[in-house]
Design a binder for this molecule. Sequence first.
Ligand code: NAD
Ligand code: MG
Length: 400
Amino acid sequence: MALRTVTVLGSTGSIGVSTLDLLERAVAEGAAEVSVTGLTAGRNVALLAEQALKWRPRTAVIADESLLPELRERLNGSGVAAAAGAQAIVEVAGDGADWVMAAIVGSAGLAPTLAAARAGSVIGLANKESLVCAGPALLAAAKAAGGVVIPVDSEHSAIFQVLQPACIDRVSKLILTASGGPFRDWTLQAMSGATPEQAVAHPNWSMGAKISIDSATMMNKGLEMIEASYLFATPETKIEVLVHPQSIIHSMVEYEDGSTLAQLGPPDMRAPIACAFAWPDRLPWPAPKLDLAAIGSLTFQAPDLQRFPALSLAREVLRLGGTAPNSFNAANETAVAAFLDRRIGFLDIAAAVSETLDRMSANGGFGGGAWDDALETALEVDNHARRVATEVVSRLDRLN
Ligand code: NAD
Ligand code: MG
């Protein structure tokens, strides 16, 4: 494999760390040649500096500007430039690296991911929220610049791998599998008292706090339905969610002739990251491979829409179209932050998202298609929905 320049956005997070781990092993084994040109993080200045001293990028950026002096001090004499702030992240993201891992969490990742798309980089896309906020614009920008977006979300990586471009018109269904999260078998009453600690304890995956809460509410699967709809140009009616507690089948594509193709793998995000990095080649796998005989059985069940209303909300939002997915995402980010702060209960998250969407549709609805200035439109909608969601959350907080 030829030398590739790489930028990792969100390098200190769960996906960022897994990405650098995978690249380090691939380089050590001679399976890849990598020159890291940019690393960015939110607040974890110690880990960012440690990564920068190891990988020697041109620039390391910390989002929180108050941490710049500390980053400078830690990188002093290393030859790595220290920078800070959202705009500096956008600049590093748009630097034209061969491969960019988009692994910032939330809509904060939108501007940098869009910059990477506009620069024509190959993007490993973990930051699903950026696609939910501005999917059509992001994909169009990548295409126009000669780049490509390769999904890292395990479900979408699975579909990407088994979707045969020659018969894309013969797809009858995309089936997204879901572990069901830590509350898969909890009663509604038990869920109403769930704490942040219980909600982040995912049975199969070790992930950042926000996506762990999203898995517990199944908002994550809702966001993934929207992500799949944009990535694979598929309407909501052809997207199904199937609970599969073992997280071994990462998703499936059903064709018109009744054939269903699935992708299987260990529940380890380094697998879809490796796929997004090496595609259409493959990297050697650094951990034990799947042992299906030891796993013994794979089970499936239909999702419970009553306990997990996030799934129906995501469908509604997809049907509404326009900027409704963007508002859905912003409302969810606001509600998750309030839950993590213990201001609202677990079931209030979906209730807050639902009420935010209702208020917004009653008040003008969800304009769509005005993607001339995609970033500005998306950020305006994001801000507006956050303001409405903040009011809704305060009301729920007062009720508690
Ligand atoms: P995380 O919280 O562990 O890491 C997030 C990264 O973004 C960190 O480096 C953090 O410093 C940085 N960051 C946070 N806020 C920022 C801001 N305002 N500006 C700039 N940088 C900021 O999250 P994660 O679990 O690694 O998830 C990252 C993305 O990947 C999310 O969009 C998530 O949905 C997606 N994803 C994660 C997994 C997983 O297994 N962790 C699986 C599929 C998809
Ligand atoms: Mg996923």
